[in-house]
Design a protein around this ligand. Structure first.
Ligand SMILES: Nc1ncnc2c1ncn2[C@@H]1O[C@H](COP(=O)(O)OP(=O)(O)OP(=O)(O)O)[C@@H](O)[C@H]1O
Length: 216
């Protein structure tokens, strides 16, 4: 069973030319796939459709084997599929790193104690313990990006969608991010304009062109 199965999806923003014109995509368990395409081709839009942040005009979005239509359907998807947004400021909104990383588990009803244990574990795994008590909005761009990844991984997602994860990372942190992601068992759908990073993390790729996905 595919984790993500997109079939003949059409989508356009109101009053604009269609972005997707019969897009098909499958992501299997453990698979890593790069999604390439020119600026404005619709890559971020496709990620948003997978999480139900936009709804298709037609076509089927099946996630974990179930066609997803209603808000409740996508609620479950958002709990089980982690999206690292292109801009960390869209994802970090609490005063401190600990509160940002604890937000997801607390929201799922974990106790404060459990949530803090989960925060400590994920920060340790990512080598970010030193940022634990820092004020989120005062972090550097690269630190914010790694903390964003922590807010996603703490939820133990079954698949990861990464939108330009190397933005704002220096070569050392980019190498660290690669090492961290490469060790994860989860399926990954990667959007990145960095060909070296794509080749290393997710060499199989599909290109989004003129609203359709073409195996590269
Ligand atoms: N919220 C929105 N409302 C209206 N149009 C939008 C919206 N978001 C994106 N678009 C338009 O939809 C098209 C696809 O945008 P999208 O961000 O999905 O492309 P992308 O492939 O991710 O681009 P990039 O590589 O530049 O990040 C573009 O023409 C963009 O201007």
């Amino acid at each position: 069973m595919a984790l993500i199965d997109i079939e003949d999806v059409h989508f356009g923003y109101p009053g604009q030319d269609p972005v997707l014109k019969g897009a098909n995509l499958r992501l299997e368990p453990g698979q890593r796939l790069s999604l390439t395409g020119a600026n404005g081709a619709g890559k971020s839009t496709l990620l948003r459709l997978i999480l139900g942040l936009q709804r298709p005009d037609s076509g089927t979005i099946r996630i974990f084997g179930i066609p997803r239509v209603s808000e409740a359907d996508f609620h479950e998807v958002r709990r089980r599929v982690g999206l690292v947004f292109q801009d960390p400021d869209d994802q970090l909104f609490c005063p401190t790193v600990t509160e940002d990383v604890a937000f997801g588990p607390l929201n799922l009803g974990r106790s404060r104690e459990e949530a803090l244990e989960m925060v400590d574990r994920v920060l340790r795994d990512l080598g970010l313990t030193h940022l634990r008590d820092r004020i989120t909005h005062k972090l550097s761009g690269g630190e914010k990006r790694l903390v964003t990844l922590a807010t996603v991984l703490v939820m133990e997602p079954e698949a990861l969608l990464l939108d330009e994860p190397t933005n704002a990372l220096d070569p050392r942190n980019e190498a660290r991010l690669l090492e961290i992601l490469d060790a994860l068992p989860q399926a990954i759908l990667l959007v990145s304009h960095d060909p070296r990073f794509r080749d290393r993390l997710a060499p199989d790729s599909v290109e989004l062109s003129e609203g359709k996905l073409i195996p590269a």
